[in-house]
Ligand binder design. Structure first.
Ligand code: MSP
Length: 526
């Protein structure tokens, strides 16, 4: 993507029946890294996140807790979901709640439009429904229950029995869109990614789509249909629309035109909603389909999707309280291939924190700045004639910057980290090999020492810029210690696609002290 383009990235909106766990935080961090990268590249960037507040699941939870649904969602949003964004340093531009008036009013407009255009009709729904998934289920979606549910058919995701619904509902003519969707996937191979997700979606749609029940009449916690207030909108039909109601649909067409279409980052559990139902809804309404739907993998515990309902959820601040938000962000973005499942373990997190962050990046930064301070009174020296080893560092940095940007473009976030980490490894190897502490012993080597420390400092500058979307706090500390803000400007304003250009740190800059970027963790905390 060339600078100045629009990049509108979204997370799913989260159910507020419970508090967040690290699976939710994982999606947030991935979308945030992409948003920060594009912002720093100069693209017009907008990141949306928010909460999904209607439906039976939330109504039941509220009732079980002796609260009205409105009281419950207000409490959870303020006490748990908005604070999550600070815990993991999310730089969202907007936060939408499906109980916002801007959402409810414009969902009604969208529905009325589909109704007037003949895409909605009345019918009878008879079949299974999983309240945990808020999804109508086919028999093929169910599995044999175990334990207390032995002998019953249960939802494969929640391992709990489904409910049998028999309701008069309104239906959306989704079957009309089987062929248009297949044509769209064919014409736009990047619409659903990664490839495994794309194949799954195409296989599913090829079987032919059924019409979709889009209203419920047995409870009232939702948005009322504009033409029949005895029904509320099916919670997924309501929720998916957040991506355009937040962007101005129905009330600010200019804003919508400047933001839409979006890149949707979602867990693979909700891929079909986003890659099938959602584009069909938009096609019916004559709105452009999303730019891309990317289905990432799950965080697993004991081989299964981490979830609160299975009591395997880990709270994000259980990790950040000990390791900090930067380590949280770095760990999940580097240890798991984006698009694949990954298992979380405290041992792996601790080991990577120590090896990659404390000993790898943190130590590189502290020893380089300490040597500039010790041997040159903190003043960044000019480089002399460059040897092949010095040039090799400049080449590694230039290549890493290009490769990382290309990786972000294809949403291979882990590959971007791997590319950037070639700089950390190359610089650590360079310092070990050049032995600046040995050069410093003989004044005759002063020129060579200057070249080595100039090279290492320039490398740190590139690392701060390229790692800033991943670790905004540590890189800001490094940027402050490098003291380049007066000459180069704020870290977040550094054009990331130019991070590989050499000789950006002005000669004569006086570096400051660097506080430990990744302090030692006491083992009792693990
Ligand atoms: N409310 C719907 C989404 C509506 S979007 C229009 C929903 N909410 S959710 O809170 O149940 O989950 C949202 C997302 O959280 C998942 O799609 C996924 O991105 C993330 N995750 C929840 N558990 C997860 C893991 N164990 N691992 C990785 N991501 C997980 O579905």
């Amino acid at each position: 993507m060339s600078a100045g383009k629009s990049f509108y990235v979204t997370t799913p909106i989260f159910y507020v029946n419970d508090v967040p766990h690290i699976g939710h935080a994982y999606t947030e961090v991935a979308a945030d890294v992409l948003a920060r990268w594009h912002r720093q590249a100069g693209d017009r960037t907008w990141m949306l996140t928010g909460t999904d507040e209607h439906g039976e699941k939330i109504l039941r939870t509220a009732t079980a807790n002796g609260a009205t649904p409105q009281e419950w969602v207000d409490r959870l949003v303020e006490s748990a979901w908005k604070p999550l964004l600070d815990t993991i340093d999310i730089s969202n531009n907007d936060f939408i709640r499906t109980t916002d008036a801007r959402h409810e009013d414009n969902v009604k407009k969208f529905l009325q439009h589909l109704y007037d255009a003949g895409f909605i009709y009345t019918g009878e729904y008879e079949g299974s429904y999983c309240v945990g998934c808020e999804e109508y289920k086919q028999d093929s979606d169910l599995v044999e229950g175990t334990g207390e549910f032995a002998g019953e058919k249960v939802c494969a995701i929640h391992s709990k029995p489904v409910e049998n619904l028999h309701e008069k509902n309104y239906f959306f003519r989704m079957s009309d869109f089987t062929q248009p969707l297949l044509d769209m996937y064919e014409a736009n191979p990047n619409f659903v990614q990664p490839e495994s997700a794309r194949n799954e979606v195409i296989q599913f749609v090829k079987q032919g789509l059924n019409d979709l029940s889009i209203s419920r009449s047995s409870f009232d916690w939702g948005i009322k249909l504009p033409w029949d207030d005895s029904h509320v909108v099916y919670v997924w039909f309501d929720a998916l629309l957040n991506y355009i109601t937040a962007a101005g649909y129905g009330y600010d067409e200019e804003k919508l035109a400047s933001l839409w279409p979006a890149t949707h980052i979602v867990g693979k559990d909700i891929l079909r909603f986003h890659a099938v139902i959602w584009p069909a809804m938009l096609m019916a309404a004559g709105v452009e389909v999303p730019h891309q739907v990317y289905g990432h993998g799950w965080l697993l515990v004991g081989g299964e999707k981490m979830s609160k309902s299975k009591l395997t959820g880990i709270a994000p601040n259980d990790i950040t309280d000990t390791f900090g938000s930067d380590a949280f962000r770095y760990y999940f973005m580097s240890a798991i291939s984006f698009g694949q499942d990954g298992s979380f373990s405290w041992e792996d997190l601790s080991a990577r924190y120590q090896a990659e962050l404390a000993n790898g990046f943190g130590n590189l930064a502290s020893r380089t700045l300490a040597m500039v301070t010790r041997y040159f009174d903190g003043v960044v020296p000019a480089a002399g004639e460059l040897t092949p080893s010095d040039k090799a560092i400049a080449d590694v940095v230039a290549a890493a910057a290009v490769e990382a940007d290309a990786a972000i473009e294809r949403l291979a976030i882990h590959d971007a980290v791997t590319s950037i980490w070639t700089i950390v490894d190359a610089l650590n190897g360079y310092i070990t090999e050049q032995e600046p502490w040995a050069l410093a012993k003989d004044p005759a080597n002063a020129g060579r020492l200057a070249t080595v420390l100039n090279t290492a400092t320039e490398g740190l500058r590139a690392l701060a810029v390229l790692l800033s979307p991943f670790m905004p706090q540590a890189t800001q500390k490094l940027w402050s210690a490098l003291n380049v803000e007066p000459s180069l400007g704020a870290l977040t304003a550094q054009p990331i696609r130019e991070a590989g250009k050499w000789n950006q740190v002005p000669i004569g800059t006086t570096v400051g002290a660097l506080e430990a970027l990744f302090p030692r963790i006491e083992s009792s905390a693990e």
